[in-house]
Design a protein around this ligand. Structure first.
Ligand code: NAG
Ligand code: NAG
Ligand code: NAG
Length: 392
């Protein structure tokens, strides 16, 4: 009751203040992954992959040449949608047009992966007891195995973005047998330690532990789920005309790096329709811990519980020298989360980096890889070159 009241007050205040009408919500903002695929000329199948611990994850598949399977892994609080929301100029449609066998996964906890063989995400708070650890150790390999089984291939290519790159490095380090199943891992906005993030991101990361304690105290374990109050509030605010200034220019861009030309006002409501797509508080807290410690390591439960779980005071670090798969790193100068300094640190430690590319544009930033208006011209040709060379 309280929540609804607060939301009503805030939304009407915004309405009064802005005195502008709502942007016409484009149809693409409200469509699912499969509906978007269909609209842009490619039928998508939906597969259920059962991951470790009984989590049920939707895996989208646009069938192509079975000998060229490719798996796409999304970033934090996101879903498969980010790879298709640009429609005809999205990476999914570009790969499908080129007859790749395209598979796009979803982490546990997002809008397409909020199911479980025995738990209910709404009533069982244990459902949300997962972080990057489980995503990398269970969800990613479950999807890799599923694709290899369905295609009958020994190897596949993988493209990951942001947290989707961390989960692959975690997998390669903790289950090294998976390195041999990957032809090439193309890392967009590679993230590993988040040690040198820039303001405002770095400042938000400094205060995040306080927020985490507050959310934990009120037992709020799902963050920004599709049907959550906070998500509804953001949607209301950010789909107004004023939302472009408030939510993007003076909001998200401060965290990711900005280039307003790449996310035009007409497109922003489509982003808001699909992002954020929900995850666990613990997942985000794990990323914050990694950033604050500067160490790519397992979840930090505090000294007492670490002793119990790991038999040591601090969580064990992941050994990057075990990530022997071929890796291509693509970084950008205006990315405040995945900074050049951090990507170069990673590059020195991964044993098999076959390509390292920094985007030419000075303003290319964290979100342009997936949402950028001209990524199909500035980024995709490079991805296709890498695939042609290594996806044999
Ligand atoms: C997408 O592009 C294809 C090929 O250029 C075109 O035929 C189709 O009409 C476009 N679809 C939409 C919805 O814009
Ligand atoms: C959100 O609510 C709708 C309508 O009740 C439901 O169909 C959908 O599955 C829910 N989505 C999530 C991610 O909980
Ligand atoms: C896929 O898995 C099924 C069930 O485990 C198995 O029977 C089948 O042989 C597998 N197919 C391939 C190509 O590995």
């Amino acid at each position: 009751m309280n929540k609804i009241l607060i939301r009503l007050v805030i939304v009407s205040a915004i309405g009064v203040l802005s005195q502008t009408s709502r942007n016409d919500i484009p149809e693409d903002a409200t469509m699912t992954f499969s509906e978007l695929a269909d609209k842009y000329g490619h039928k998508a199948e939906e597969h259920d992959v059962i991951s470790g611990g009984g989590y049920i994850l939707t895996l989208f598949h646009i069938p192509g040449d079975k000998h060229r399977p490719i798996l796409l892994i999304h970033g934090a609080i996101d879903s498969a949608d980010s790879y298709i929301m640009r429609g005809n100029t999205s990476l999914v449609i570009a790969l499908a047009r080129d007859k790749y066998d395209v598979w796009v996964m979803n982490y546990r906890g997002n809008r397409y992966a909020r199911r479980h063989t025995s738990m209910d995400a709404d009533s069982n708070q244990e459902y949300w007891d997962f972080s990057l650890t489980e995503i990398g150790y269970y969800d990613v390999p479950a999807n890799i195995d599923y694709v290899l089984n369905k295609t009958g291939e020994d190897k596949l290519s993988v493209i990951g973005y942001s947290e989707g790159t961390m989960s692959m490095y975690l997998l390669g380090a903790t289950r090294p047998e998976y390195n041999d199943k990957v032809k090439i891992f193309i890392s967009l906005a590679p993230v590993c330690t988040l040690k040198n993030t820039k303001p405002l991101a770095s400042i938000v990361i400094q205060i995040a532990p306080l927020l985490n304690v507050a959310l934990e105290a009120i037992n709020r374990n799902e963050l920004l789920g599709q049907n959550s109050t906070l998500r509804a509030l953001l949607t209301d605010l950010c789909s107004q005309k004023v939302g472009y200034q408030v939510c993007l220019i003076n909001g998200l861009f401060l965290l990711t790096g900005a280039d307003a030309k790449e996310i035009e006002p007409e497109f922003f409501p489509v982003v808001v329709g699909h992002f954020p797509a929900g995850t666990s508080r613990k997942n985000i807290n794990h990323l914050v811990q990694i950033s604050l410690s500067g160490k790519f390591r397992d979840y930090d439960y505090g000294m007492m519980k670490n002793m119990e779980k790991y038999r040591r005071l601090t969580p064990p670090e992941y050994d990057l020298s075990k990530v022997t798969m071929k890796v291509a790193l693509i970084a950008a100068k205006n990315d405040k989360l995945s900074t050049i300094k951090d990507v170069e640190w990673l590059r020195e430690r991964l044993p098999n980096v076959v390509d390292y590319t920094v985007m030419k544009s000075d303003v290319f930033n964290h979100v342009d890889y997936i949402w950028g208006r001209t990524a199909y011209k500035t980024l995709f040709p490079h991805i296709f070159r890498l695939l042609n060379k290594y996806n044999k």
